[in-house]
Every structure is written in C-alpha cells, then in structure tokens.
Design a protein. Structure first.
Length: 503
C-alpha cells in the first residue's frame, strides 16, 4: 500500500533545491522504487518520473495495493516510454484545435513508436471519454496499456471498458439490447440468433428492423436459416432489412427470380434493352414499394431492387463482356440510372474493385450529362483499395488541368477517399495542380482545390515534408497560392512531429 503520509516536505525540498544541491533521501528513493521507477538513471529523471506516477495514483481517487504496482510496473516502464515533450504537447491541439482529424493517427503512432499516452493528460482525457462515448470508441485500440491500467484503478473510468452483460438484454432501452446482441454475435453467432429467436415476438417492429440491419451488415448461412424461422410481420423497415439480407444469399428466392428476370427481360444486340418488371414479379419477390435505397417510379424502383439482387459476376457471364463494356451499353437504355443504382449497391456489398472502378470512370465521363446522386456514388470511395485509388487518380491526372473543376468527380474522389494517399498519388496530384494554376488566371476562385488541399494535408505521408518544402520553394508558380500552401505545410509540419527522429 502507499503510505498514508507521504514525505511531501522532503519531496518539495528536492523540487525547490534541485538534485544538484540535495541528493534523494533513501525514504524517497524507496518510495519511487516501490512505484516501479527505474533508479538507474539521473536523479532529476527519477524525481520527475516518481512525482508523475504519484500524481496519477492520487488522481485516480484510489489507494491501490502494492502487488498491483509490482504486477504492472513492468508493463508500464519496461515496454513503453513517455513520448518526447514535443509530441506530448500535440495532444491538446488535436483534441481542442484544428487537428481533430488526426486523433487516431496520433494514438496509433504512439503505439508504433512504443510511447505511452502522455501520462499527465490521461485523467482529463478519460473523463472526456466518459462524456463522449464516440471518442472512446475511436481510441480504445490505440490508447495504450497505461490508460487501461488506470481505468482498472478507478470505478468511474471502468465504465469505459465494461462489456455488455446479460442484464443489458433485459433492459427497457432498445440501445442496450442491440449493444448486447452485437457483443454476443461477435462471440457466438449461433447463441445470438437463438436469443433473438426466443424473444422475437416481444419486440416492436422498429426494434426487429434494427436487429435485422445488424445481421444485414455481414449475413452468414446461419442468418439465412434464422430469418426463415422468424415471424416477420408487415412492417416496411423489417421488409427492407430482410431484402438486404436475402439479396446476399445466392440461394434465396429473390436471387433466383432476379437471375430469371435477367435472362427473360434484358436483351442485347447493339445495345442493352431492359423491360420493366410486372407487379406479379414484384409480388413474387416480396419487393418493397418505393424502396428508399432507389429512385424512380414504382416499376423503375422495383427494377433497381431486382438488379441489385444479381451478383456482378452473373452480369459478366450473361453479357460476356467486361464491366466497362456493360456499363457503356446500359447507358443508352432509358432505365440506365436504375441499373447504375443497383450496381453501386452491389459494388459496396461485394467490395468489387473492377466494377467500382468502371462505375467511377463512367461517372467521370457523364457527370455533366446524367443527374447523378453524389451521395450514392460517394459510397464507392470507401471500399476502393489502394491500387484502385492509384489507378483512378492516374486516369484523372492524365486528362490534364481540365479535370480540375468544382463539378468534377475527381474532386469528389480526392476529398472522400478515406485513407492515406500513396506517394505516387501525392506527387501526381501536385503536378496537376501546378499546371492548373499556370493555366488558370483566376486560380484564387478555386475554393474546391483548397478544400482538397486541406484534406491532403491529413492524407499524405508527412515524411515527405522536406521534399514538398523544397519543391514549393524551387518553383515560383506556388508563390501565387502562398497562403493556401502555407496552411497545407502547417498541418503537414504538425503531423511530421509525430514521425521525425528523436534522441
């Protein structure tokens, strides 16, 4: 146990006089050693580490047993070290300033470099996580062992790591039931489905739909069997969720009828010709009247639902053509947009890269001709692999400065791609923007370019900072956009502090 009375007077004397003029008394050395502080270092470092550990202990609001300290000291001191002061000071601007977008990157880098979370900031940060559960969800995998140790020392913070318990299932709040179901499903999907089946009739239609939407995220053969055993009712939200599950089951009636529809109602000669489904077909497939995932009149909406139940490979086998060829042929049909909506939905579910690339490139070519719904096409960017992203950017850049326009899908791609940019993409992007500035006398109106530049500052490799600084300094073209470039470099420099070498 920590002593009830600590030698504060002696500690204060050391702090005031410094270790050069007052050696550490044995009482203080023993205390710091019991806290797991390495005594084989300079006395000023021993003192600083010991005071920090004492402050953390008391800010948890608990006295913890000596065996706990001994058990965790190796974890806290043997495998990690405190980050450099410069890195520790970055946390506050990230949490409260203009760098919130890089919180996950910051924590991941601490982990990679074997640095602990800045210890003096942990208590306040954990309190903030209690107020913002979504913040804890972002950091839980990267916050490090010291934080998890502290959480175990404080009953209030322990709520952050609490796992759903069976009592959550009996809670009157739907969110508790859903959280528990997700938890059990991740451990044992069979038990989760048995639990759902047992209590299914007790749920409201809206709650049933919520459970089914969880299943629809990644349905398995067990789930396909489950929905055959449930009394589903007539709620529209339930029907939509069931449809999303069934269209991912290649053995379902929906998929079988959809494949028959492909053979009987879509023909190809010089172009693809699509016939709208009859109401009898819609009834046979249990389609949803005006499914919100798709647009168009009643039959056109039914058409999109049917097409979304057809695997993308089946289109290739039926037409004996590539995704790009099929999409271009469909473009000439009056119901092409329903076809595209269905393809996008299927791309996202299958994470199909070939079809996703082909859809984007068609969007690139026809953005000014077709009333695309950007919220739908933008979902494709989330599933693009790095290779697909590089290929699409290279295709756009090859078109030259004319591709740089506020209405261009190229701008959407660069803003909405959610992962890091490969260096190849970074350099080709800046070469393009340089040409655009040179050819565009009204470059200052390009607010959309500066919007991409702000996003790029958080996406490109910060270790390229020196290369980019030299490139900007060496070419007077960039002086025309000095303010925007400086803002970009400010963010990149801030991120660079995470990765640069430290003594």
């Amino acid at each position: 146990m920590l002593p009830q009375k600590l030698p504060w007077e002696k500690i204060k004397r050391i702090c005031l006089l410094g270790t050069d003029r007052a050696n550490l008394p044995k009482e203080i050395s023993s205390l710091f050693q019991s806290l797991g502080i390495d005594l084989d270092q300079n006395e000023d470092q021993i003192t600083l580490a010991g005071i920090t550990k004492l402050a953390l202990a008391y800010r948890t609001g608990r006295k913890y047993p000596q065996e706990t300290i001994n058990k965790t000291s190796a974890l806290l001191n043997g495998t990690t070290s405190h980050p450099p002061r410069e890195v520790a000071q970055m946390l506050s601007p990230i949490l409260k300033g203009n760098y919130s977008e890089m919180l996950s990157e910051y924590l991941a880098c601490l982990q990679i470099r074997n640095w602990s979370f800045p210890p003096d900031q942990l208590p306040d940060f954990l309190n903030e996580c209690l107020e913002q559960p979504e913040l804890w969800a972002k950091v839980t995998d990267h916050i490090g062992p010291e934080a998890h140790w502290l959480i175990g020392m404080n009953k209030d913070w322990s709520r952050l790591k609490s796992t759903p318990k069976e009592k959550n299932w009996r809670s009157k709040f739907p969110s508790d039931k859903l959280k528990y179901y997700r938890y059990i499903r991740a451990i044992d999907s069979h038990s989760a489905n048995e639990l759902l089946k047992e209590h299914w009739n007790e749920f409201s239609s809206e709650l049933k739909a919520s459970f089914l939407n969880i299943i629809a995220e990644a349905p398995t053969a067990l789930d396909f069997e489950l929905i055959q055993q449930l009394k589903l009712g007539k709620g529209k939200k339930v029907a939509i969720a069931i449809f999303k599950i069934q269209r991912q089951n290649l053995e379902s009636n929906i998929c079988k009828v959809a494949l028959d529809f492909l053979q009987e109602n879509i023909s190809i000669k010089k172009q693809i010709k699509i016939k709208l489904p009859g109401l009898d077909v819609a009834a046979d497939m249990n389609l949803i009247s005006h499914h919100p995932e798709f647009t168009g009149g009643l039959k056109a909406n039914y058409l999109a639902q049917i097409l979304s139940a057809i695997p993308l490979q089946a289109f290739e086998e039926y037409f004996k053509k590539t995704p790009t060829e099929i999409i271009r042929l469909v473009d000439k049909d009056e119901w092409s947009f329903q076809f595209y909506e269905a393809i996008i939905a299927r791309c996202i579910e299958e994470k199909n890269q070939d079809w996703s690339q082909s859809m984007f490139l068609h969007y690139l070519e026809t953005a000014e001709l077709i009333p695309w719904q950007e919220t739908k096409i933008n979902d494709i960017y989330k599933i693009l692999s790095e290779d697909s992203f590089i290929e699409l950017v290279n295709t756009c850049v090859a078109k030259g400065p004319k591709i740089v326009d506020k209405e261009s899908p190229f701008i959407d791609l660069m803003i909405n791609y959610p992962r890091e940019w490969p260096n190849e993409t970074t350099f080709s992007f800046f070469k393009l923007i340089k040409k655009w500035i040179q050819k565009n006398p009204r470059f200052w109106e390009g607010w959309y370019i500066w919007q991409v530049l702000r996003k790029a500052a958080f996406r490109i490799d910060p270790m390229q900072l020196g290369v980019m600084q030299k490139a900007f300094q060496a070419d007077e073209t960039w002086a025309l956009a000095e303010e925007e470039i400086n803002k970009f470099l400010e963010v990149l420099s801030f991120r660079y502090r995470l990765y640069k070498p430290y003594p």
